[in-house]
Design a protein around this ligand. Structure first.
Ligand code: SF4
Length: 488
């Protein structure tokens, strides 16, 4: 078994293309996600005794040529290629080059897009031997064993492959129940990645991203991971397992200033949030942290989190129209968002607010209500995006059924520069109107004199905030002024 080699590849595409985030793109803020899911599968394969390599080409700026050279040198029997909706054609085309260089390798595609459209993706070209559907940590290790033994994936759950020109789907891969059974991703980061390549403007820089849960019990119609890969059943790592990894990060990445908990919703269990916070304090783990949250968490929980180093929460407020919030099944009210912001401020936690436009029923009036809500809530930072829809989601089906998707070319999910585009229109708004509204809303939010004064004071008073803000502002200001690169 020791000789069987597996390469985990985040393939080259646009420079700094953030493939594993919920809406994959080159971002205006310079955000670049860790290849978290590849790293998790890589960690498990490593523990199982396989020889592994992990290549994150967009982060390291590795060219196609250099990736091919590294693969040829490593000679993997199995190559796991991450994909995304906007990059799927790029990714599948690159597989042809890999196959030409390593004709005996077995190539499997992974990710949300291939989980939603396995047959179409498998048929993109002959170099693709299989696709993994759903969570793929165990799928890859089991596939490697099956390939060693039978040269076919026929008995591995969660795999679709071709046999005699026919599409074969094995059986469903059940989501992993015991997350503590997985090894930590941080040692894999340490071995193969440079954490300074990664950035999230909501965390101090540099940071290390991990997840502590999988799955989300909520059913927001646009949200891709729970609907395509992770499911709606919440699974949690134990508190001690999370604390052990935090401790490893602090001890092994002395340059790290933060941990980013990239769970779908870290705060889903308030009890667990408090337990993790108490554990951080008890163990003396001294590092700032950021997490994704819903606007339903209370002051007392946030106060405990703040004491344990929580610096910022990323929250999807989404819309200023209650009707649209209900349409998208967000299950929050505007009053809850307002109360949450007040509590977060009182607890001393910064908030990054996410807002989207383009939902079923969106009009110019509801978009303006969203902008007004953003200004009223006044978080530390915000993002405004036209709704991004992905195959496998309820939102995609809704727009598709009504003929409101403007293209079937997935590369158009991005603008020419790789920024988020939108491929939807609504009953009354064009795609361009949605993108332009977001450009304008960003300016109206960030260029308010009060806000600029607040930011100036923040960066002058705190060197860590200065470092993070300056890094983000380098790209963000350009887009703030210029707007998105869509045709007029
Ligand atoms: S609560 Fe957040 S993670 Fe869960 S479905 Fe809604 S948007 Fe997705």
């Amino acid at each position: 078994m020791k000789k069987f080699r597996i390469a985990f590849l985040n393939p080259p595409y646009l420079e700094k293309f953030s493939r594993s985030q919920r809406s994959p793109a080159v971002t205006k803020s310079g955000t670049l996600y860790f290849p978290m899911w590849l790293a998790a599968a890589c960690a498990l394969a490593d523990r199982e005794g396989f020889v592994v390599d992990l290549i994150d080409a967009p982060a390291a700026g590795t060219s196609r040529q250099d990736v091919l050279m590294r693969l040829k040198h490593f000679v993997p029997a199995l190559i796991v290629v991450d994909t995304s909706t906007p990059s799927i054609h790029n990714d599948s085309e690159f597989c042809k080059e890999i196959k030409a260089a390593l004709p005996n390798s077995f190539i499997i595609l992974v990710g949300t897009h291939v989980s939603a459209m396995p047959e179409q993706c498998l048929n993109l070209n002959d170099s693709i031997d299989a696709v993994a559907i759903g969570e793929y940590d165990n799928t890859i290790s089991e596939l490697a064993k099956a390939l060693m033994e039978y040269q076919t994936p026929f008995n591995v759950p969660g795999v679709a492959y071709r046999h005699k020109e026919k599409f074969i789907f094995t059986t469903c891969r059940q989501p992993l129940e015991d997350l503590d059974s997985l090894p930590h991703v941080s040692p894999i980061y340490k071995r193969f990645l440079n954490i300074e390549h990664y950035f999230n403007p909501n965390a101090l820089y540099p940071m290390v991203t991990i997840t502590t849960t999988r799955g989300c019990p909520h059913e927001c119609v646009f949200c891709v991971y729970p609907q395509t890969v992770m499911g709606h059943r919440l699974r949690m790592r134990s508190v001690s397992n999370v604390l052990d990894e935090m401790q490893y990060i602090v001890e092994n990445f002395p340059e790290a200033r933060a941990v980013f908990f990239e769970d779908d919703t870290f705060t889903i269990s308030k009890k667990r949030c408090v337990e993790i916070s108490e554990g951080i304090i008890k163990r003396g783990i001294n590092i700032s942290w950021t997490a994704n949250a819903r606007a339903t968490i209370d002051y007392e929980t946030m106060r405990r989190m703040k004491e344990a180093g929580c610096r910022c929460l990323c929250v999807g407020f989404e819309s200023g129209s209650q009707e649209l919030l209900d349409n998208m099944k967000k299950k929050i009210t505007i009053e809850q968002s307002e109360a949450f912001m007040e509590d977060a401020r009182r607890a001393g936690i910064l908030v990054h607010g996410c807002f989207m436009v383009g939902f079923p029923g969106e009009t110019k009036k509801t978009m303006n209500e969203t902008l007004e809500l953003a200004k009223r809530l006044n978080p530390d930072t915000v993002q405004f995006y036209p709704m991004m829809i992905y195959p496998g989601t309820e939102a995609f089906k809704w727009f598709d059924d009504r003929g409101y998707i403007t293209t079937d070319d997935f590369s158009k999910w991005l603008t020419p520069a790789g920024l988020h585009n939108t491929v939807i229109r609504t009953e009354s708004l064009t795609s361009a109107e949605l993108v332009r509204f977001c450009d304008n809303a960003r300016r109206q939010f960030y260029l308010r004199p009060d806000y600029m004064f607040y930011k100036l004071r923040q960066v002058l008073n705190d060197p860590e905030e200065r470092k993070r803000t300056v890094k983000s502002a380098r790209t963000f200001i350009k887009y703030l002024i210029k707007g998105s690169d869509i045709p007029n």
